[in-house]
Design a protein around this ligand. Structure first.
Ligand SMILES: [Zn+2]
Length: 418
C-alpha cells in the first residue's frame, strides 16, 4: 500500500460525482432507495446517498481514538500507517471529543475519512485503489456581510445577545474601541451600536464571525466610528472617519481601578502633609496586588525606591512622552533599567509604599519633560492613513456608512418604541 500526502485531487468526491450522475440516469427507470437512519446509542447518522455509497457522520466522543473509529472498516496496521503518515499534517493522536467526523464507504469499504481539526481546517483521508492520500483542507464557509445593531440597557454583551448574536461579537466590537471607551466603566444605558460584520455560515448555520468592516458606537451621546482599512503593506487596521488610527499610543488607564481618588491639580491639600501642594498626577484607587500595565511601548529609564514614591518605575516612550508609576507593592518579574516594554505589559502591582494613605497607583505623565494631565493627553499612534491611500479610504467609508445607515433590520432607532 502507498500513502500520499498533500495529494491534490479529491478522489472520493470524483467517485461520488460519477455515481451521482449514474444515479440520475438510473432514476428515470428505477426508484432509488434514499434513506437516513439514526443510531441513538452511537450518536452517528448513516445516510444512504446513492446505491453503494454511504456516509457515516458522527461526533468524536470521550475516549474515542482514530483506531476505535476506524477499526470496523480498516485493519489496525493500515490505521497505524495512516496515522504515522499524517502526523506532520495532523496527528491522529490529537483527535478531540466534540469534533465532527465522516466516514465514506463504497460497497461497505472505507474510501474516505474526514475529521474537523478546528474551525478553519479539516483532515481529509481518501483511498483510491490501494493509495491513501492525506490532506489538510480549509473548511468552506458562506460569508455574508450583515448589519447588526442594538441598544444597551445594562452591558455590551447583553445588548449583543439581545440582537440575536454571540458574545464573540461583543468582544470584537470592544477590541476596536478599547482605546476610547472603557466597556466596563463608561457604558451608559441608551448607548447603541451598528456594525457591519462578516458572518460565517456553514450548512445554513452561523458558525462564527469574520472581521467587522465598520462600526458605529454611541457612548454617552458621543458617536465613535471605525472603518477597517487594509494598507498597501497588507495590514488591516481600524481608523476613524478622518483616517486617524483608532489605536492610541497610550491605553486609557494603566490598570483596572475602582475609582480615581485624586485628579491632576495645581493645588490640593496633601492627605499626609496636610498642606496645599500640587498633585501632578492621577491617583487610581485599587486593591493591593492589582496588575499595573505600561500605557504604551517604551523603555524603562528608572526603577527603584524612594521615600515619597515608594517602589516606582519611569518609562520613556517613542514620542515626546514619559510616564511614571508609583507606590507599587512590587515590580513584575524581569523589570530592570533599559528593558523594553510593550503597551499592556504588566510592570508591577498596586501597593502603598512611600507616602500613601491606602493602596493606589499614582500615575504621572510628562510631555517634553513637563508634567501634564494624563486624563487629557491621549496621543494617537503616528500612523494615519497615508495621503496616497486617502481617496480610496474616503470612498470606502462612504460605501460602508451607507450600508450601515440604510440597513432595514433590525432598526436600532425604532427599537425603543416597538
Ligand atoms: Zn498621587
Amino acid at each position: 500500500m502507498r500513502i500520499l500526502r498533500n495529494h491534490k485531487k479529491n478522489d472520493w468526491q470524483k467517485i461520488f460525482l460519477i455515481f451521482f450522475a449514474a444515479g440520475i440516469l438510473f432514476a428515470f427507470g428505477v426508484n432509488i432507495v434514499a434513506a437516513s437512519t439514526s443510531d441513538k446509542n452511537s450518536n452517528t447518522a448513516v445516510s444512504v446517498l446513492l446505491p453503494k455509497i454511504q456516509v457515516v457522520k458522527g461526533v468524536v466522543k470521550k475516549g474515542n481514538t482514530a483506531s476505535s473509529l476506524l477499526k470496523k472498516y480498516l485493519p489496525l496496521k493500515t490505521i497505524y500507517e495512516i496515522s504515522r503518515s499524517s502526523s506532520d499534517i495532523f496527528s491522529l493522536k490529537c483527535i478531540r471529543s466534540g469534533q465532527p467526523y465522516k466516514i465514506i464507504l463504497y460497497e461497505d469499504h472505507l474510501v474516505g475519512f474526514e475529521y474537523e481539526i478546528n474551525k478553519k481546517d479539516r483532515l481529509v483521508v481518501q483511498k483510491e485503489k490501494d493509495i491513501f492520500s492525506i490532506n489538510r483542507v480549509p473548511i468552506k464557509y458562506d460569508v455574508d456581510l450583515e448589519v447588526v445593531s442594538s441598544i444597551i440597557t445594562s452591558s455590551l454583551s447583553e445588548a449583543v445577545r439581545k440582537s440575536g448574536e454571540r458574545n464573540e461579537l461583543a468582544q470584537k466590537l470592544s477590541d476596536i474601541f478599547a482605546w476610547d471607551i472603557d466597556f466596563i466603566r463608561d457604558i451608559q444605558p441608551g448607548d447603541r451600536f451598528k456594525v457591519l460584520v462578516e458572518k460565517k455560515y456553514r450548512d445554513g448555520k452561523l458558525s462564527g464571525y469574520g472581521k467587522i468592516q465598520a462600526a458605529f458606537f454611541t457612548n454617552n451621546g458621543t458617536l465613535f466610528k471605525a472603518f477597517l482599512h487594509k494598507g498597501i503593506n497588507g495590514v488591516s487596521k481600524y481608523y476613524d472617519a478622518n483616517g486617524k488610527s483608532l489605536q492610541k499610543a497610550f491605553l486609557k488607564a494603566p490598570l483596572v481601578f475602582s475609582r480615581i481618588s485624586s485628579k491632576f491639580t495645581k493645588r490640593r491639600r496633601h492627605p499626609i502633609f496636610k498642606e496645599y501642594r500640587p498633585h501632578p498626577g492621577v491617583d487610581y484607587a485599587a486593591p493591593k496586588g492589582t496588575p499595573i500595565k505600561t500605557v504604551g511601548d517604551g523603555v524603562i529609564t528608572e526603577i527603584g525606591y524612594n521615600k515619597g514614591m515608594g517602589n516606582y518605575i519611569n518609562i520613556r516612550h517613542y514620542n515626546e512622552y514619559t510616564t511614571g508609576y508609583n507606590h507599587m507593592s512590587k515590580f513584575a518579574r524581569g523589570m530592570k533599567k533599559n528593558k523594553k516594554v510593550l503597551q499592556g505589559d504588566v510592570i508591577g502591582y498596586v501597593g502603598q509604599t512611600g507616602y500613601a494613605t491606602g493602596p493606589h497607583l499614582d500615575f504621572r505623565m510628562a510631555k517634553n519633560g513637563k508634567l501634564v494631565d494624563p486624563l487629557k493627553n491621549r496621543p494617537p499612534l503616528a500612523n494615519p492613513i497615508k495621503p496616497d491611500e486617502m481617496e480610496a479610504f474616503i470612498a470606502r467609508t462612504i460605501e460602508l456608512s451607507t450600508r450601515i445607515l440604510t440597513a432595514r433590520k433590525p432598526d436600532v432607532d425604532n427599537e425603543k418604541s416597538s
